[in-house]
Design a protein around this ligand. Structure first.
Ligand code: LHQ
Length: 261
């Protein structure tokens, strides 16, 4: 599939989706929102894809909604409808996608662009990356999952600081409070990301999907419900070839050969 605003590149089992509007720091216009949904849907359906990397072209990761596009279109934006029809399904698709998604945060991630980074499973950032809950600066409420994801990732104290001030947080500060998993020098970002991606390429992919499901479920349910969800998902994981292979490999004292099934 070819896209106007994205690059969609598969190398073995690793898919890289690159947001590609560098002149606007990869701000999301209508086309990009639609294409991101199509790209992640295709990644979900494609059995050969076992890990996804999301990154931005040029010096930005994603600067959020394209603020100029609405003015250029000349049509009034119905914010609630826009969120319900595009950003919200995209974030749900990413959180429910049963494969690991790594954000390669190469530059600024602002507004809904930061939300996309938060919706990934891991965030590896370059030294010059930054994060900004830009919404309040333009009189808007954090959206695209930011109010749900950010407090869970960094705690309420820090989440409210970032959301209420809209201040720009540099990568080193983001690392101190667990917003990113790792920071690497600018020139080695993609090497570091692909090293992690390759490790996931050899992982029991189906089980990783179940882990994502279990954790997201547990975040808004009580212990009893979370225990039951774990039991249900463990039934499914226990029936995978990869579980059988993992146990066999352990007993035979050899590395496992997971196939993602
Ligand atoms: C941009 C953008 C951008 C267009 C940089 N749009 N052009 C919103 C609306 C409706 C409903 C649903 O939800 C949402 C969700 C949201 O995402 S709201 C938040 C939207 N994003 C922002 O408010 C961030 C706006 N951008 C900035 O504050 C700065 O550009 C940041 C801090 C991201 C980067 O600053 P710098 O590194 O100094 O770069 P710059 O400002 O010079 O930007 C470079 C170019 O990119 C520039 O164009 P130009 O033609 O002057 O070179 C910017 O106008 C353009 N750009 N963000 N979101």
């Amino acid at each position: 599939m070819t896209f106007e605003t994205l690059l969609y590149q598969i190398d073995g089992v690793v898919l890289t989706i690159t947001m590609n509007r560098p002149e606007r720091l990869n701000a999301m216009n209508n086309t990009m929102r639609r294409e991101l949904i199509a790209a992640f849907s295709q990644a979900a359906d494609d059995e050969t894809v076992r890990v996804i990397v999301l990154t931005g072209a040029g010096r930005g990761f994603c600067s959020g909604a394209d603020l100029a596009a609405a003015v250029e279109d000349g049509t009034p934006v119905n914010f609630g409808e826009l969120l319900r029809e595009t950003y919200n399904p995209l974030v749900l698709l990413m959180r429910r996608l049963p494969k690991p998604i790594i954000a390669a945060v190469n530059g600024v991630a602002a507004g809904a662009g930061m939300s996309l980074a938060l919706a990934c499973d891991l965030r590896i950032a370059s030294e010059s990356a930054s994060f900004m809950q830009a919404f309040v600066k333009i009189g808007l409420v954090p959206d695209s999952g930011a109010t749900w994801l950010l407090p869970r990732l960094v705690g309420l104290t820090r989440a409210l600081d970032l959301m209420l001030t809209g201040r720009r947080v540099a990568a080193d500060e983001a690392l101190t409070f667990g917003l990113v998993n790792e920071i690497v020098p600018d020139g080695s970002l993609m090497d570091a990301v692909y090293k992690t991606a390759r490790a996931f390429a050899d992982a029991p992919t189906r089980t990783i999907g179940y882990i994502k499901q279990a954790v997201d479920f547990a975040l808004d349910h009580d212990l009893e419900a979370a225990l039951e969800k774990e039991a249900k998902l463990q039934d499914l994981a226990g029936a995978t070839n990869d579980h059988r292979e993992g146990v066999a490999a352990f007993l035979e004292k050899r590395p496992p050969q997971f196939t993602g099934r």
